[in-house]
Design a protein around this ligand. Structure first.
Ligand code: CTP
Ligand code: CA
Length: 240
């Protein structure tokens, strides 16, 4: 159930949220993508707005349902910026991260993009039995944000991992947070029907130092509110 917080504990805070999944064009008709639906990012946006925040969502290819939920909330306190590629998402974050007191990187951002995008449709004739697609690394937006920390700004990362059990999920999340020290890292298992496109999420939240600070299994809205509780606490008490 949606929680209506008794306290508008994010009033006056500017929250920037990336949601959905990027698409990297191969040619005018094809792209590389991922299974992110945008539901978790949109749940964060609605929850943060309900707690009084000024929210901007950088939205990459949301599924119809979260897109409709976000459109219904859009207005003075929820703004939506649509992007497609990882490069566009990075540029949109560049433009707005400076004004944000909280950045929540819920989007699944492509790690690699085609080195060249063909301007004409790639035809199978002329390829033989095999087609090699050269890919190059994209910018790591979260990595850049945490490499240049801003006093008082909270940065939250996500880690969707194919882990067999809780211990492996925690180990993978610790590796990620060691590499990219976000203030909070929200880790969840994916694969085998878990995580993507579902209404529920099963998450472990890790601090920058690798401690498990929360475990939340519930709706994506419940996960969002639990993580926003932690964020509100960090904003009030400062980062330790
Ligand atoms: N992320 C990002 N920019 C990228 C790739 C990822 O900002 N180019 C962010 C995601 O939004 C997420 C976090 O980094 O908040 C972790 O993403 P994930 O794909 O789990 O981790 P990676 O660091 O990309 O490592 P890998 O995919 O190898 O597990
Ligand atoms: Ca990745």
């Amino acid at each position: 159930a949606d929680r209506t917080p008794s306290v508008q504990d994010l009033t006056g805070r500017t929250v920037l949220i990336t949601a959905g999944g990027t698409r990297e064009p191969i040619d005018p008709v094809r792209y590389l993508a991922n299974h992110s639906s945008g539901k978790q990012g949109v749940a964060f946006a609605l929850a943060a707005a309900a707690r009084g925040a000024e929210v901007t969502v950088i939205a990459a290819h949301l599924d119809a349902e979260p897109a409709a939920a976000l459109a219904a909330a859009a207005g003075d306190s929820v703004r939506v910026v649509s992007v497609s590629t990882a490069a566009e998402l990075a540029a949109a974050v560049d433009e707005r991260a400076g004004a944000a007191s909280v950045v929540i990187m819920a989007a699944a951002v492509a790690d690699f993009t085609p080195e060249v995008t063909a301007d004409r449709k790639i035809k199978k004739a002329g390829q033989g039995e095999r087609l090699d697609l050269a890919l190059v690394r994209t910018r790591d937006v979260l990595g850049e944000l945490v490499a240049h920390p801003v006093t008082g700004r909270i940065v939250v990362g996500f880690a969707a991992e194919t882990a067999d059990d809780r211990d492996e999920l925690i180990a993978l999340a610790r590796e990620k947070v060691a590499r990219k020290p976000a203030d909070l890292l929200v880790a969840n298992p994916v694969g085998g029907g878990r995580g993507f496109g579902t209404d529920a999420n099963d998450t472990i939240v890790i601090s920058a130092s690798g401690d498990v600070v929360a475990e939340v299994a519930g709706s994506k809205r419940e996960v969002a509110d639990a993580v926003l509780d932690l964020i509100a606490g960090l904003l009030t008490d400062g980062l330790s």
